[in-house]
Design a protein around this ligand. Structure first.
Ligand SMILES: *[C@@H]1O[C@H](CO)[C@@H](O)[C@H](O)[C@H]1NC(C)=O
Ligand SMILES: *[C@@H]1O[C@H](CO)[C@@H](O)[C@H](O)[C@H]1NC(C)=O
Ligand SMILES: *[C@@H]1O[C@H](CO)[C@@H](O)[C@H](O)[C@H]1NC(C)=O
Ligand SMILES: *[C@@H]1O[C@H](CO)[C@@H](O)[C@H](O)[C@H]1NC(C)=O
Ligand SMILES: *[C@@H]1O[C@H](CO)[C@@H](O)[C@H](O)[C@H]1NC(C)=O
Ligand SMILES: *[C@@H]1O[C@H](CO)[C@@H](O)[C@H](O)[C@H]1NC(C)=O
Ligand SMILES: *[C@@H]1O[C@H](CO)[C@@H](O)[C@H](O)[C@H]1NC(C)=O
Ligand SMILES: *[C@@H]1O[C@H](CO)[C@@H](O)[C@H](O)[C@H]1NC(C)=O
Ligand SMILES: *[C@@H]1O[C@H](CO)[C@@H](O)[C@H](O)[C@H]1NC(C)=O
Ligand SMILES: *[C@@H]1O[C@H](CO)[C@@H](O)[C@H](O)[C@H]1NC(C)=O
Ligand SMILES: *[C@@H]1O[C@H](CO)[C@@H](O)[C@H](O)[C@H]1NC(C)=O
Ligand SMILES: *[C@@H]1O[C@H](CO)[C@@H](O)[C@H](O)[C@H]1NC(C)=O
Length: 822
């Protein structure tokens, strides 16, 4: 079982980190055009490039010679990448007109000598992986006053002489990379000591059998400013270690960081390193992409240095991508107390599936622990056999990203043991939320849950103390005002890559500074959605399917764009089809067509016409009844906007839950259900759709929660026999009573509010405040009744509603006219 898990880790190791080109930002900003002519079978620099080209990538072509004049037409060239071209010769006159070059990468070519480069501005130079046989730098390097990064390496160069680096003596070189993964044969003392301003040294060299040479290198580096050494391929697979390789570390005055990369490392070497470095100034040890071979029976042994009662200066240890040579657990016999200054530990990509008891968790000063990219589960990290009395006493930040954790509730309970924990990263796990209750410690304020398949239920499992929550790519479909009310401390909310359709108008988050809703399904952002976010500083909403209609008018014309970090890039229209793909910024509606005043005027005139029509019939028919109906319509129209958000934001099984007394079942069965279901509405009908055996209240809750609206068929019978259930229900579910708009009452017979028993507080207030529909005896009026009821139930999509109300009104007017004629 364990062998298998390690094997998986080994396969994962093959995924490599992407290599970024250094110094791009010295020449172009991220949005400026970059000329990428990589992989084009070119044999020479194209002569027709724009004169103002600053960035030119000609890598992976077949330009074997660069002659004088080849770059003369590009006087502004600043970044030139010419790697993987089989470049054999580079004429110094090629650059006569290119004095602006700051970054030159001619690595991975076939240059047989280090070229002469008359480039006074050069800051970054990469000539590694070529074929020259010595590191002797020409006198042109004396002019590189601004050179900060130099990479040299050739399989043929195996000797370093003092004269090689003399031209760099007066430069401000900070970072030197030397070697090609080969073995150094001789090093002349004093060579590196000339590089006075050197800060970082990367050696891609091995010193097997010659660690005295490595000691000489270290002594020279101690004459410079070098704080960090990176040793790449330092220990090959077969390397005889006859002397102490790390002896020189003890005396280094400035060196604080040491990294081993792409190399074999044995447990005896780590033990040796700890013994030599314990009394030095070294603070950070990093092992990146190593193959670990346990060559001692007890693994890494470190119980302190005899004769020293110091606690060392080690502050951070990093293991990133470890391939285990043996298929067994690595062993550590370490006195944790020796590491009582350690604040940072990373153990990533190591295939770890069980966290050893009382080792990591006992480090007294550990503040940041990164166990990302392992094979940990709940029982692996909180191994049941370990005792957890005093664990992670100082831990503030924990990353469990890219593991196999499942239960958010379990994790929330376990983090209670970590008394100082502030930030927890659970991204890229397999976490689900299944209705269990979560109890997060109060000091935990940052949670990263991105890239888990959570869904909207995750909002039940968050703590009111959270200040930053990352819910990117977590299958969320809706965010509601109520959700934010439960998160009063929230400052940063990340909801990128979800399927959110609307930002509702009732979002209230007084402390929110950052909101990311990019890559969702939002079609417009209204002023009301942002009104409740007074401190919002940064809103990312790009890559949504924006509607280029009046809905976006405010956002395009009035929204403060300095709050949108990516505006106007990636803000594009998706509807209407004629605007599809256009930039939202370019959508410029005539102010007349979208501004509220003209719209209201049109709306008013429509209403005026309708009122006139009703007015005419007022005397002929039952005028008061029609006026009430008109009131219903106006309210439907007004509320359409808010309702749209609710309907779109959630998924419901039914348009409405219908509740009625069995005394009224005749009307419900013969009139209500056939008419509404015939119109394509889905109903959950009390009695018909109730699950037998469930308690009545459970049935009601399920039905109400699965329905967009609740429709009460009120009669005296209903009030006597059914209503008490609902009073109870409303008392328990305050939430529903807040959104009263989802309640619709149909009065089958007149019921004066005063005739209702005093204990039914809710019903009395509903009948006083709420719009209700009265069932008319008259057949024509019944048609209007049905049209109103359908419109009320369908207040989903705003445009649909307005259109429907309009057609319904038109139809009804038509009917009325017919009725009058008849
Ligand atoms: C030069 O290009 C090579 C190949 O793409 C890349 O690996 C290397 O990092 C580049 N050097 C710099 C300094 O960016
Ligand atoms: C340049 O183009 C090549 C393919 O032609 C592509 O692989 C490479 O990623 C591009 N580089 C950049 C910086 O876009
Ligand atoms: C480069 O040449 C190879 C073979 O000569 C050909 O297969 C490839 O399509 C060419 N690539 C381009 C970008 O022209
Ligand atoms: C590169 O160009 C040379 C001629 O300049 C040609 O002989 C060689 O075959 C080309 N190589 C490739 C890989 O196209
Ligand atoms: C060299 O650059 C200057 C502008 O800096 C330009 O006027 C001149 O034509 C260029 N030389 C060549 C040979 O293109
Ligand atoms: C070196 O860089 C600085 C700014 O980074 C610039 O002001 C100066 O002119 C440069 N020196 C040379 C010789 O290019
Ligand atoms: C470095 O500068 C000093 C004077 O500051 C000068 O004497 C010496 O020749 C220079 N060395 C090089 C290699 O330019
Ligand atoms: C050196 O190590 C310290 C302590 O871990 C760290 O803060 C710093 O960033 C490291 N410096 C470099 C250049 O990597
Ligand atoms: C141990 O530390 C104490 C004070 O920190 C010091 O006085 C003593 O000399 C140290 N002993 C040794 C063996 O280093
Ligand atoms: C750790 O090493 C010490 C000294 O070699 C030994 O006495 C002790 O038993 C070891 N502890 C474990 C758990 O192996
Ligand atoms: C959450 O984790 C993801 C993946 O590790 C990372 O990209 C993102 O930046 C993190 N979010 C925050 C707010 O730090
Ligand atoms: C827009 O927002 C920025 C940053 O939030 C603020 O500094 C600026 O005053 C705002 N501008 C207007 C016109 O409100």
């Amino acid at each position: 079982m364990h062998a298998i898990s390690l094997y998986i880790a080994i396969i994962c190791l093959l995924a490599f980190v992407k290599n970024e080109d250094k110094g791009t930002e010295k020449c172009v900003t991220s949005r400026q055009p970059k000329s990428n002519l990589s992989n084009q079978n070119l044999t020479k620099v194209p002569p027709n490039l724009p004169k103002d080209t600053k960035y030119l990538d000609l890598s992976h072509n077949n330009i074997s010679i660069l002659n004088g004049g080849d770059l003369a037409h590009l006087p502004q060239l600043c970044f030139l990448k010419l790697t993987h071209n089989g470049l054999r010769y580079l004429s110094p006159s090629a650059f006569t007109n290119s004095t602006q070059i700051k970054v030159l990468n001619i690595s991975y070519n076939s240059l047989e000598s280090i070229p002469v480069l008359p480039l006074p501005q050069l800051s970054i130079l990469d000539i590694s992986s070529n074929l020259y046989d010595k590191y002797t730098l020409g006198s042109s390097f004396e002019n590189f006053k601004n050179l900060s990064y130099l990479s040299l390496g050739s399989p043929n160069a195996i000797v370093v002489n003092v004269n090689d680096f003399t031209p760099l003596r007066n430069t401000s070189l900070e970072w030197l990379i030397l070697g090609d993964g080969n073995k150094l044969q001789s090093y002349e003392s004093g060579s590196f000591a000339q590089l006075r301003s050197l800060q970082v040294m990367t050696l891609k060299l091995s010193f097997c059998q010659h660690y005295d040479m490595f000691k000489a290198v270290l002594m020279d580096l101690d004459q410079t400013q070098t704080k960090k050494i990176k040793l790449v391929k330092f220990f090959p697979r077969i390397c005889s270690i006859t002397s102490n390789p790390f002896e020189g570390l003890k005396k280094m005055r400035l060196l604080t960081n040491i990294t081993f990369e792409d190399t074999w490392v044995t447990s005896s070497l780590i033990t040796n390193l700890l013994e030599n470095a314990f009394d030095s100034r070294l603070q950070e040890f990093a092992f990146v992409n190593i193959k670990y071979n346990e060559d001692t029976p007890d693994g890494v042994q470190f119980l302190g240095v005899p004769g020293s009662n110091g606690t060392g200066s080690i502050r951070s240890i990093i293991f990133d991508k470890v391939l285990h040579y043996q298929y067994n657990y690595p062993k550590f016999n370490i006195t944790v107390a020796c590491f009582n200054k350690m604040t940072y530990l990373k153990f990533s990509g190591s295939g770890m599936n069980i966290s050893p008891c009382n080792l990591i968790s006992a480090i007294p000063s550990l503040k940041i622990l990164d166990l990302s990219d392992n094979l940990l589960t709940e029982s692996g990290f909180w191994w049941p056999m370990c005792s957890y009395t005093e664990v992670f006493p100082a831990l503030r930040q924990l990353s469990l990203s890219r593991n196999s954790f499942v239960s958010l509730a379990f994790i929330s309970q376990k983090t209670q043991q970590m008394k100082a924990l502030q930030s927890l990263d659970l991204s890229f796990n397999s976490i689900v939320v299944r209705g269990e209750t979560c109890s997060w410690p109060t000091q935990l304020t940052e949670l990263n849950l991105s890239n888990n398949n959570l869904g909207n239920t995750v909002f039940q499992c968050l703590s009111p103390h959270f200040q930053s929550i990352d819910l990117s790519k977590t299958a969320i479909t809706a965010i509601t005002g109520e959700t934010l009310l439960n998160l009063p401390s929230l400052r940063h909310l990340y909801l990128s890559y979800n399927s959110i359709l609307v930002l509702p108008g009732d979002l209230r988050a007084p402390n929110l500074l950052t909101l990311y809703v990019d890559q969702n399904s939002i079609t417009s952002i209204s002023q009301s959605s942002l009104q409740g976010l007074p401190r919002l500083k940064s809103l990312k909403a790009n890559s949504n399917p924006f509607s280029c209609s009046c809905d976006s008018y405010w956002f395009v014309t009035a929204m403060n764009k300095s709050k949108l970090p990516d505006w106007p890039w990636d803000y594009r229209c998706s509807t209407p089809p004629s605007f599809s793909g256009k930039r939202l910024e370019e959508y410029n509606p005539g102010s007349l067509s979208c501004q509220p005043l003209p719209q209201a005027a049109t709306g008013l005139s429509v209403i005026f016409v309708i009122v006139a029509v009703f007015g005419l019939t007022f005397y002929a028919c039952d005028g008061v009844w029609y006026t009430k109906m008109l009131w219903v319509w106006i309210r439907v129209k007004r509320r359409g906007n808010q309702e749209a958000s609710r309907l779109l934001g959630a998924s419901f099984h039914y348009h409405a839950f219908v509740s009625y007394s069995h005394h009224d079942s005749l009307w419900v069965d013969t009139q209500l259900v056939p008419t509404l279901e015939g119109a394509g509405l889905t109903l959950c009908v009390h009695e018909r759709d109730f699950v037998p055996g469930d308690w009545i209240l459970d049935n009601i809750i399920n039905c109400v929660e699965g329905s967009y609206k609740t429709l009460f068929v009120l009669s005296k019978n209903f009030i006597q026999s059914e209503w008490c259930n609902y009073e109870l229900f409303f008392a328990q579910h305050r939430a529903l009573s807040v959104c009263q708009d989802s309640l619709i009452c149909v009065l089958l017979e007149p019921i004066p509010a005063d005739s209702i028993p005093r204990k039914f507080l809710k019903l009395r207030s509903l009948l006083r405040q709420q719009t209700y529909l009265e069932w008319p005896g008259d057949e024509y009026k019944q048609q209007i009744f049905w049209a109103s009821l359908k419109a009320l139930l369908r207040t989903g999509d705003k445009c649909m509603v307005l259109k429907e109300v309009a057609t319904d009104i038109a139809d009804t007017c038509h009917l009325l006219a017919q009725g009058d004629q008849a």
